[in-house]
Design a protein around this ligand. Structure first.
Ligand code: SAM
Length: 353
């Protein structure tokens, strides 16, 4: 345990050098002082303002299917969960969501879903091309899991701009603890490397407080992010999902998530960093706190209202109020109240040029 001035020194070092040693990361993570966490958040907010001002980017999230062939122990959509009420949106439903989102002011659409054979390259290429034809000033982000390099290349060539694939944990034994034997840590890391090489704005990330996670592992996640230099990082607290092997495990900490958001902002000032739905679900003001801690992206739900409840990756997932795309006016007000402005733009990763 370090004293206050030592922790402040570590925070100032992170702000100026954009990195820390593993032991310094661990000191920062184990420090429980609320005052220090606020100091860290102030530093992170200062840094995000130098790059993004007070802008908050919005993304319209379309949950295209909850059918999944994977069996991740933490996820409510896992294929062994026979209680999940499965659905798949049609191509025309997805295009309708984009049209509706465009009217509302969204200029990025995020297509996220479970994995499996249905969404082959042929179908996705047609869909991506059609979205880009109808909305040429919009970005398309995909979050459709692990695919071959050829598949990623085809989706990029069709016009997809960004790809989110959380690494989930940078520690192989922990990965094996969270996933069944047919899922491979090495393949996930290979996918991330391929995505970045192809030219996608690439996002990695992890759940905070996932079962078995230690502070050492979190420090490894931070060091992985530092080395990988993703354009986006998605983190949120682990939240238990009924009818999964981890249903009785405790939820991850909101404070730790906020601390990590601030650290990631200071490590990579230009990163696109969402205040996630999981953070908003864990605590009513979680999303606002996330923005104040250095996040600069919010992803309201644009899926058809009747499917939102079915995309139940964890219990009580928010999909109404400011979490819903229809709540954009309210979200704007909520952001203005804390000194930020929702921006209508694609909100790309800023290049250095
Ligand atoms: N299949 C795609 C993939 O694996 O990237 C996208 C869908 S997957 C449901 C999206 C993310 O949800 C995962 O990367 C995981 O981090 C998060 N997630 C799943 N179950 C969760 C839980 N119980 N609590 C918090 N986040 C969860």
């Amino acid at each position: 345990m370090q004293n206050k001035s030592e922790i402040r020194k570590i925070i100032n070092k992170l702000a100026s050098e954009q990195t820390l040693s593993q032991s310094e990361f661990i000191c920062l993570l184990e420090d429980e002082s609320e005052e220090n966490r606020r100091f860290l958040a102030e530093k992170a907010d200062e840094k995000r303002r130098t790059v993004f001002g007070n802008s908050v980017y919005i993304r319209g999230l379309i949950e295209i299917s909850n059918i999944c062939c994977n069996d991740c122990y933490y996820c409510g959509l896992r294929c062994s969960n026979s209680k999940a009420d499965r659905y798949r949106l049609s191509e025309s439903q997805i295009l309708d969501c984009c049209d509706k989102g465009y009217e509302m002011g969204f200029r990025t659409f995020v297509l996220q879903g479970g994995e499996g054979a249905y969404w082959d390259d042929e179908k996705l290429v047609v869909l991506i091309e059609e979205i880009k034809r109808k909305h040429e000033d919009c970005a398309v982000t995909l979050s459709l899991g692990e695919r071959s390099n050829e598949s990623y290349q085809a989706l990029y060539d069709a016009g997809a701009d960004r790809y989110l694939l959380r690494h989930e944990t940078a520690t192989k034994v922990h990965y094996e603890w969270l996933h069944p034997g047919d899922m491979s840590f090495d393949n996930r890391m290979e996918c991330l490397k391929n995505l970045k090489e192809i030219g996608f704005q690439t996002g990695c990330g992890f759940m905070v407080g996932s079962p078995g996670q230690t502070l050492d592992m979190l420090a490894c996640d931070l060091m992985f992010i530092k080395e990988f230099q993703p354009q986006m990082v998605g983190i949120g607290p682990f939240l238990p999902a009924t009818d999964t092997p981890f249903a009785e495990k405790p939820a991850g900490s909101v404070d730790m998530t906020l601390k990590l958001l601030s650290i990631i902002r200071l490590m990579n000032p230009r990163v696109l960093l969402p205040a996630t739905t999981a953070l908003g679900t864990a605590r009513e003001d979680g999303r606002a706190l996330g923005i104040q801690a250095g996040a600069n992206v919010i992803m309201p739900n644009l899926s058809p209202a009747d499917t939102r409840k079915k995309y139940s990756i964890y219990d009580n997932k928010l999909a109404t109020g400011v979490e819903a795309a229809e709540g954009l006016a309210k979200l704007r007000l909520e952001m203005e109240k804390i000194g930020y402005k929702v921006e209508i733009s694609r909100g790309d990763y800023p290049s250095l040029l």
